[in-house]
Design a binder for this molecule. Sequence first.
Ligand code: ASP
Length: 275
Amino acid sequence: SLDAVEAAINIMEDSPLFNAGKGAVFANDGTNSMDASIMEGKELKAGAVAGVHTIRNPIDGARAVMEKSQHVMLSGDGADKFAKEQGLKIEDPKYFLEEKRWKQFQKVKADDELKLDHSSDTSGSILDIEFGEGKKFGTVGCVALDKYGNLAAGTSTGGMTNKKWGRIGDSPVIGAGTYANNKTCGVSCTGHGEYFIRNVVAYDVSALMEYKGLSVEQAATEVVMKKLKPINAEGGLIAMDAKGNIAMPFNTSGMYRAYRKKDGKPWIGIYGSDK
Ligand code: ASP
């Protein structure tokens, strides 16, 4: 299931449409600073990279940290260097310069705002949908389950537009943006990272299942709708339990999401009304 998570996230990282890898948003200093993490639910192994600038696929960096180092999280230049030493694909920082993202950044920077990769404009045109300007998130994540009951989850992001001072979000933080445990579920989050860190969101979903016996749907909905929404913590998550039950709640107007079960038929949704 780790391979499936990595492969799915690689495709989205290589696409300019998502806020991860190629399409990562800009930090205040005009650089792209990416965060990613991955976890597997059998032995609870995990890896993460934070604030990296040159790893083409940050999720590969996270997996390498998990499998090839004695650590869980590497950051900044050290993480970039580690990835290079591991033979991962390295790009010149220019590779991540996407015109649309640059324009978005200039706008947000001019207003001195900190933004999720959307604006308050919800006109919903195709471009808005494609470039996440209609209250949708561009961070990418995946949860996978294999036939042995092993769950894995991963998340990759450029973070929030105009972030400053080396800000790191929830995405590379195990338990906040990503979590997996075969006893409960796999979770990957998107949204306003500061709230997700403080509310330990991904682990909270797992804990509600483990200690309170909630289903994945009940646990995920409880956290996103009853805990995050009342404090205006925008975002959502994807979660799957070890039987393949899926929950994908969000408290914004939309969240790109999809799944495929054993029958092979893909399901895709954007808005809350997509069922
Ligand atoms: N959670 C990400 C962060 O705060 C942003 C996002 O999901 O769009 O860095």
